[in-house]
Write a protein that binds this ligand. Structure first.
Ligand code: XUL
Ligand code: CO
Length: 441
């Protein structure tokens, strides 16, 4: 078979001093960090949509990048060329997983039966490639936001017929995910929200989304899907208000509708910042609720209020992400680069350099997070901060063996109290900087 990226070699680790743009500076797949290989800590995935489909079109201009891969776009031959390109790309970078939407794989036909037949054909082709290469599927999803039929929502639509199309797409995307052995299945509710309450029955819409998710879980389990369902929270864009605003909101929703045993979070960095949170905050909220599933690894721009989906280069953020992931004992999912090249970065080489940047950023984040944990000062500080709850009275509070009256009596005995221990934020930030910017390893 012809190589598509024929001027790009297999990407190797060359170390931090390498000036070769087509080499890893920090991602050393087999390096052991805290007892595990880097590639086991970092199960990276390629996002089919950005890497193989998106070509630079934005609201003001058309494509800048050529993703035809030598074949006429909008054809099944092109769908296959994308598979060839994707697998060559992943093999050259040593990426072991991919993620997809149904309509990333094939051109959508006018008749859903024809679209489904195309999905059967392309998934046979993908499966063959997976067997040849050992590359696996991280998660699948249904695109229930691009087609005009979803303009009033998918699970939240006003139309029973549209609701059935959403159900049909979920059913087929689950079939394909199971066929490809996907570890997860994602719901990102792009159109599940509203522009104005003047035309919206919020309660009804949320109940209907939950009903659709329940049916998806029942069907998935029936056809043998053992993995996790994920909600990918996002506060806005394309809608003004989206129901899955952030991790806390999504977790509350799942618990309210009894879906929490089957679902976890897929946390995307740029969605966290759009919600006014740090990436680390969203990961922590998920982790403490036992719902840290998978990550969409990208980065936003703090000067812009929308989802720029940049390749992550912020090592501080990646370090804090990996700190959370290590503390949580790893992900059940992986790190999907839901990221795209900037519009003027329009060559094949740029596609590789985007992934090299992202993989190196997370590898460096992993090394630095491990160093922070091994250093121990942050953990020690946090442990000491709550030490008073280790006293007899503190234990009674934790065990629920006291009362407001007893605690009030304790306060009355004390009469007054001094401020309880400095937060030492500046010292802790300085520790992080000294670990981040001193290179001993
Ligand atoms: C949109 C987004 C999606 C989901 C999958 O902001 O992140 O690509 O990851 O539908
Ligand atoms: Co995403």
């Amino acid at each position: 078979m012809n190589e598509i990226f024929n001027n790009i070699p297999k990407i190797k680790y060359e170390g931090a001093k390498s000036k070769n743009p087509l080499a890893f500076k920090f991602y050393d797949a087999d390096k052991i960090v805290m007892g595990k290989k880097m590639k086991e800590h970092l199960p990276f995935a390629m996002a089919w949509w950005h890497n193989l489909c998106a070509s630079g079109t934005d609201m003001f201009g058309r494509d800048t990048a050529n993703k035809a891969f030598g074949v006429e776009k909008g054809t099944m031959a092109h769908a296959k060329a994308k598979v060839d390109a994707g697998f060559e790309f992943m093999q050259k970078l040593g990426i072991e997983y991919f993620c997809f939407h149904d309509v990333d794989l094939v051109p959508e036909a006018d008749d859903i039966n024809e679209t489904n037949a195309r999905l059967d054909e392309i998934s046979d082709y993908i499966l063959k490639k997976m067997k040849q290469t050992g590359i696996k599927c991280l998660w699948g999803t249904a695109n229930m936001f691009s087609n005009p039929r979803f303009m009033n929502g998918a699970g939240s639509t006003n139309s029973v017929d549209v609701y059935c199309f959403a159900a049909a797409q979920i059913k087929k995307a689950l079939d394909i995910t199971v066929k490809l052995g996907g570890k997860g299945y994602v719901f990102w509710g792009g159109r599940e929200g509203y522009e104005t309450l003047l035309n919206t029955d919020m309660k009804f819409e949320q109940e209907n989304i939950a009903r659709l998710m329940r049916m998806a879980v029942d069907y998935g389990r029936k056809i043998g899907f053992k993995g996790d369902f994920y909600i990918e929270p996002k506060p806005k864009e394309p809608m003004k208000h989206q129901y899955d605003f952030d991790a806390a909101t999504a977790i509350g929703f799942l618990r309210h509708y009894g879906l929490d045993k089957d679902f976890k979070m897929n946390i995307e960095a740029n969605h966290a910042t759009l919600a006014g949170h740090t990436f680390q905050h969203e990961l922590r909220v998920s982790a403490i609720n036992g719902m840290l599933g998978s990550i969409d690894a990208n980065q936003g721009d703090m000067l812009l209020g929308w989802d720029t989906d940049e390749f992550p280069f912020d090592v501080y953020d990646a370090t804090m992400c990996m700190y959370e992931v290590l503390k949580a004992g790893g992900l059940t999912g992986g790190f999907n680069f839901d990221a795209k090249n900037r519009r003027p970065s329009n060559t094949y080489e740029d596609m590789f350099e985007g992934y090299i940047l992202g993989m190196d950023t997370f590898a460096l984040g992993l090394l630095k997070a491990a160093a922070l944990i091994e250093d121990g000062r942050l953990d020690e500080f946090v442990k000491n901060k709550y030490a008073s709850f280790g006293t007899a009275l503190g234990k009674k509070i934790i065990d629920g063996k006291t009362s407001i009256e007893e605690l009030a009596d304790h306060a009355a005995d004390l009469k007054s109290i001094d401020a309880p221990l400095s937060g030492k934020q500046e010292r802790l930030e300085s520790i992080v900087n000294s670990i981040l910017f001193v290179n001993e390893k």
